[in-house]
Design a protein around this ligand. Structure first.
Ligand code: BDR
Ligand code: CA
Length: 303
């Protein structure tokens, strides 16, 4: 099993990715860290703790950055609802985050692990940029970073920028320039990674997780229940569990931080026109049927 750390901003598709990270047999989740993104840090942390409590999972959680490195936070409540996870009434609980911030908690896990740890990011990259800046000495024990973020084509937040990168372009640039091995699952594959209306309709009968997710999905605006919902963040976990479902290409990726209209765009040099060394493996194709099969398999393992 792959030791991993999940950095997240739940977020409805984040909730599904967390389910997969908890129940996919390939994943050994050591730590969850939260970041401001879809909604405020307070809300993403509350949502993540509610999910851990829902699944009675004893994975430590550390709270991360409340704002991007340089820019103000923009909230995606239009996509995920006011709370970030509208639609389901979670029960009260006593769970608390660790007393240290995310980038310190990540450092501690990295330095204590006998084998390299995979970082999986499904929100803005602020916590990882802070880790790399404050504790460069732990980079040696990062196996690779697998992200949902970016796009080789168009964006979903601005015409050219995907949300996770657009929220904190400076952090993303720091990560792409770090020399870490990066697998980028961007909109090129995640826009196609949909769950079908038939599968969504059958979810409540599957198990309690299916009931909860179905309730969240009725408030999720990345697609529609009638035509299919996009599972952006789930693609990062899918790549870890079933890499053969994806086609990757090694490319140089630059993050635009200056552009008046293009800040947060990922410039993916597929044809090598810029003459730079590749710094990421970019997912360009996905076997959508295989992905749906895998999702059904994993969610059936949840309670
Ligand atoms: C990304 O933005 C968020 O709204 C989703 O959770 C996902 O991480 C998709 O662009
Ligand atoms: Ca997310």
């Amino acid at each position: 099993r792959l030791p991993m750390i999940l950095d997240t901003d739940p977020g409805i598709d984040d909730a599904v990715a967390l389910a997969a990270a908890l129940f996919a047999p390939q994943c050994d989740l050591k730590l969850i860290t939260t970041v401001a993104g879809n909604v405020s840090l307070e809300k993403t942390t509350r949502n993540a703790l509610q999910l851990l409590n829902f699944w009675q999972a004893d994975i430590p959680l550390a709270q991360g950055a409340a704002t991007p490195l340089l820019r103000p936070l923009y909230s995606a409540a239009d996509v995920h609802g006011e709370s970030g996870m509208d639609g389901y009434a979670f029960i009260e609980h006593q769970r608390q985050p660790l007393a240290i911030p995310a980038f310190q908690a990540i450092r501690d896990v990295l330095l204590a692990s006998p084998e390299p740890v995979t970082l999986v990011t499904i929100g803005p990259l602020t916590n990882i940029a802070l880790l790399l800046t404050h504790y460069p000495e732990c980079q040696f024990n990062i196996r690779r970073l697998v992200m949902m973020g970016g796009s080789a084509g168009r964006g979903n937040f601005t015409p050219n920028a995907e949300f996770n990168i657009a929220i904190d372009p400076e952090a993303a640039a720091r990560v792409f320039n770090s020399g870490l091995e990066i697998v980028m699952c961007g909109l090129d594959v995640t826009n196609r990674a949909t769950l079908t209306p038939e599968y969504l309709a059958a979810l409540p009968a599957l198990n309690n997780t299916g009931k909860m997710l179905h309730a969240l999905f009725s408030h999720y605006r990345s697609g529609s229940m009638a035509t299919g919902l996009r599972m952006h963040d789930l693609c990062a976990i899918a790549w870890l569990a079933r890499p053969e479902l994806f086609t990757l290409k090694s490319c140089f990726v630059a993050v635009e931080t200056q552009g008046q209209y293009t800040a947060g765009a990922t410039v993916v040099d597929i044809e090598g026109k810029l003459g730079q060394q590749p710094n990421a493996q970019v997912a360009l194709e996905i076997d959508v049927e295989g992905f749906r099969h895998w999702v059904a398999e994993v969610l059936a393992l949840a309670p």
